[in-house]
Design a protein around this ligand. Structure first.
Ligand code: 3H9
Length: 653
């Protein structure tokens, strides 16, 4: 290679065998910030005019090719050159350009690669157009060039789901041409060398392959139904399905759509969620703290929750020792775990070899002493203080003093559980959501005595389990259930004030929740919350407004869907408004002398959101949640709050 030329702070080149190797070095993910774009423009201009350059290779430094456009630039005034400008230059170059995908090529990164004449990838590379996840569509040719390369149906799938594919699948689909077995840059230089002087195969000049219109129609309808009113997937469908038109026309339409969506509230909300997820792992006081090593996880209680946790742990590569009260219960738990693994096999999420390997890492027992090798023990036993403290005291006897103990309690005070143990500093809460092998949220509870490296261990395990950990302090219900209680309380106040359950549910569903609150209650059963209300009855503030309607329903045996009646009736299983419930609500209003009034959907949603945000503020003031965006993540990932609304704290801004 000859000398390095720096075209900007982030773009430099070297020439080998007449091939200009352009490297983008813009950590952390080589996003196409303005400095990258201008560096690329200059390097390409040099390639076009330099007589000794016959071809170009574009690659990224580090483990990413290009992670996409710089999302932090969104919302700021546009800076020239734009990414479409750069991409037009790449495609228009009179010399071959080869993309050497050393790692992830996402969004604008894949769009750069699509405009190149040849794409070669390292085996670890992945490609995708995840823009819809940020509430936008690809804005630099993705919706027009990808269909030209792989057809409308395959492009629809990738662009509207935002999923990324590994190098091998990308070759099969036709997105990339080759996976480099050896040195990627050497292979890319050879490819550029081989293409020099030959007619250029420009992606933008390819025809979109004909596809069955009926099939396109069917697939599009499915995508639109799934999008539930979100704009980005709908616009992506429109742009991809109309890509069989002159490139310039398609690109202009795509650009205008991208700019409108980029400035939308929906995209601002989804970008907020993107950064919130990265921010949540930054925990004050844990800088530089090393987690304890964990290889073997003990799980106490192999019911639905414990089995789900076991499946998540096996999937992440941990060895699991399950404990239950009797050998029969332990064996039943083992069967349940294997049943869940088999479901993963049937769904194609796990191959036979993986299944056998996971099964081999699982053992169950009814003898506490068998938990001795565990580095971490998670309890998922009955949510009762005596049961849990008794278990932790027994664990003190059998596990190493440096092993971490985690409680999965939802409502008990983990500080009380910790206080009953010999080493409270090794206790924390790991509050999984059911089903634990599916739900992404994991509240990591920092107890008053939890040691920093124990908390760091909880977070490291959570990440290995591919969960989204959010740290919470100790309070009744932690972050999620505290906000959820406020949400529920407000919904019941709305009933007293004049709304009906189906009106509240319709407003919430229209806002974007997958299901209204009262329908959710009926599905889950009303008895657990009823029992809790009865427990709390003596300590409740008598001057606070208390809505008795739910108690009246429970007393009438209306415990939800499984009893055929709850907030709704279920004749033949179908959810129906029940005049009996309406009468109970009217009687409750009359008893308190409340004159009901009508509520619009908007008013209902505003009251519910305000109640959640108010409780969120309280959590921040009390230091239970570290930041508002953590609260948003909890409600989005554990309670069905629509991500494209950004969470209750974002929504109030
Ligand atoms: C787009 O391309 C639009 C175009 O179609 C049209 C343009 C005209 N920008 O995830 P990590 C930061 S839209 C700015 O932990 P990993 C991130 O905040 C874009 N910053 O790393 C974090 O910062 P910090 C389409 C970004 O190794 C740091 O990088 N592209 C961007 O686990 C590390 O992030 C996407 O949606 C960005 N684009 O995963 C891809 N990306 O350290 C988004 C990341 O301060 N990115 N950061 O917290 C990803 O999926 C992952 O970051 C990636 C690396 C897989 C690349």
């Amino acid at each position: 290679m000859n000398e390095t030329i720096e075209f900007s702070a982030t773009v430099s080149t070297m020439t080998r065998d007449g091939v200009l190797v352009v490297t983008i070095d813009n950590p952390p993910v080589n996003a196409t910030s303005v400095d990258v774009r201008s560096g690329l423009e200059k390097a390409l201009a040099h390639a076009e005019t330099a007589a000794d350059v016959t071809g170009v290779v574009v690659t990224g430094a580090g483990k990413t090719f290009i992670g996409g456009a710089d999302i932090k630039e969104f919302g700021k005034p546009a800076m020239e050159p734009t990414l479409p400008d750069v991409i037009e230059t790449i495609e228009g170059l009179s010399k071959p350009v080869v993309a050497a995908l050393n790692g992830a090529a996402l969004g604008g990164g894949l769009e750069v690669a699509l405009a190149c004449q040849y794409r070669i990838a390292s085996p670890a590379a992945q490609v995708g157009l995840p823009e819809v996840k940020l509430g936008i569509v690809p804005g630099a040719g993705g919706t027009q060039r990808l269909p030209r390369l792989i057809g409308i149906l395959a492009a629809l799938d990738l662009i509207t789901s935002g999923r990324s594919v590994k190098a091998e699948e990308a070759v099969t689909l036709g997105i990339i041409d080759e996976v480099a077995a050896g040195d990627l840059i050497e292979a890319a230089i050879s490819a550029a060398f081989a293409l020099a002087g030959k007619p250029l195969r420009r992606t933008g000049e390819l025809n979109v392959a004909a596809a069955d219109p009926a099939e396109i129609e069917k697939v599009s309808a499915k995508i639109l139904a799934r999008a539930r009113g979100q704009k980005a997937p709908a616009e992506a469908v429109r742009l991809v399905t109309s890509s069989n038109r002159p490139l310039a026309e398609g690109l202009a339409d795509e650009r205008a759509t991208f700019l409108t969506l980029r400035d939308s509230r929906e995209s601002a909300a989804l970008r907020h969620v993107f950064f919130a997820e990265r921010e949540s792992s930054k925990v004050v006081g844990l800088e530089g703290v090393e987690p304890r090593p964990v290889e073997t996880i003990g799980i106490c209680g192999l019911g639905l929750m414990g089995s789900g946790i076991a499946v998540a742990a096996l999937g992440a590569g941990y060895s699991v020792i399950g404990l239950d009260q009797t050998s029969e219960a332990a064996e039943k738990g083992r069967q349940r775990i294997i049943g869940l693994l088999e479901r993963n096999v049937a769904a194609g999420r796990l191959d036979q070899a993986g299944f056998e390997a996971q099964k081999a890492r699982l053992s169950v027992t009814a003898d506490d002493a068998d938990l001795a090798p565990c580095d971490l023990v998670v309890e998922a036993v009955f949510d009762d203080l005596t049961v849990k403290t008794d278990l932790f005291q027994r664990l003190d006897e059998v596990v190493r003093p440096d092993a971490v103990l985690a409680t999965n309690t939802s409502y008990l005070n983990p500080d009380e559980i910790a206080a009953a143990t010999a080493h409270p500093e090794r206790v924390l809460g790991l509050h999984f959501f059911s089903p634990a092998h599916v739900m992404r949220l994991l509240e990591v509870v920092r107890c008053s005595k939890t040691a920093p490296d124990v908390l760091a261990t909880g977070l490291a395990v959570a990440r290995k389990l591919r969960k989204l950990p959010v740290v919470t302090g100790v309070t009744e219900g932690f972050i999620g259930n505290r906000i959820f209680s406020a949400y529920r309380r407000e919904a019941e106040l709305l009933l007293e004030d004049g709304a009906l359950p189906h009106e509240v549910d319709a407003a919430l569903e229209d806002y974007g929740f997958p299901m209204g609150l009262f329908a959710v209650y009926d599905m889950a059963g009303l008895e657990i919350a009823w029992a809790r209300r009865k427990r709390q009855a003596t300590t409740r503030d008598p001057s606070a407004r208390y809505v008795e309607i739910a108690d009246t329903l429970c007393e009438a045996g209306r415990l939800g869907q499984k009893t055929g009646r709850g907030w709704y009736a279920y004749p033949e299983g179908k959810r129906t408004i029940d005049p009996e419930v309406t009468a109970i609500i009217e009687a409750a209003r009359a008893k308190k002398g409340i004159t009901p009034r009508a509520f619009s959907m908007r008013e209902i949603v505003e009251r519910m959101l305000a109640a959640m945000a108010l409780e969120g503020e309280a959590l921040l003031t009390e230091g239970i949640a570290a930041r508002a965006s953590d609260i948003d993540l909890v409600m989005i990932n554990g309670y069905g709050f629509p991500a494209y609304k950004g969470g209750p704290m974002f929504a109030r801004t």
